[in-house]
Design a protein around this ligand. Structure first.
Ligand code: HEC
Length: 173
């Protein structure tokens, strides 16, 4: 009987520690939450997605390359995101120096740039966007998603990135 109580006590202690790791801000808990978000188990807030976009997209070039991108420069950001994912994969063939994007990360990041710089997906034929996305199924599904299914983009679409010329293309009409 005594032993059972002891085990119950131990179980409760483990539970309390596990809850503490997740609920009280601390490095381990933050790592666990960041991991859960990158796997798509938990959503990114618009602010977290913005921080992620600026940090992960400026490892090879400055933010300026992104801020100056425009509808005359090339295809919409969903396609740019796919190309950058490919660059990283090529880059990592020899040794993994840059973390590959997970689908959830890239979808969150694409929404941020769409909102802050411009979304001209509607200027393009879906067929052409899909062709450019090759077999990137996560981004193809994202390209088919209307604004209602893009909470980060919807939340940020009335903002703009400092240093960019924001393009308004009436996405969602
Ligand atoms: C692995 C390194 C790497 C990372 C990480 C990276 N880029 Fe790039 N990016 C490049 C290279 C190399 C070029 C130049 C090649 C080109 O213009 O085709 C480039 C060019 C660009 C351009 C200009 C394209 C054009 O046609 O003018 C944009 C916009 C861009 N990147 C956006 C992003 C975004 C958004 C992210 C984050 C999702 C990102 N980059 C992350 C390597 C990277």
């Amino acid at each position: 009987m005594k032993k059972r109580f002891w085990l119950l006590g131990l179980f409760l202690a483990v539970l309390v520690v596990a809850a503490g790791v997740l609920l009280i801000p601390n490095p381990v808990g933050q790592q666990v939450l960041a991991e859960a978000k990158s796997m798509g188990y938990l959503p990114y807030s618009p602010e977290e997605a913005t921080t992620l976009a600026y940090s992960r997209c400026t490892t090879c070039h400055e933010a300026g390359k992104i801020l100056q991108y425009c509808s005359r420069c090339g295809p919409p950001f969903v396609v740019v995101s796919h190309s950058m994912r490919k660059y990283i994969e090529l880059n990592n063939l020899e040794s993994e120096t840059i973390k590959n994007f997970t689908d959830a990360e890239l979808i969150a990041i694409t929404q941020v740039w769409n909102a802050l710089i411009g979304n001209w997906e509607s200027n393009w034929r879906q067929k052409d966007i899909k062709r450019l996305l090759q077999n990137d199924h996560a981004l193809i599904r994202f390209a088919e998603t209307p604004l209602e299914g893009r909470p980060i983009e919807a939340a940020l679409m009335h903002k703009s990135a400092p240093g960019s010329y924001k393009e308004i293309h009436g996405f969602g009409r």
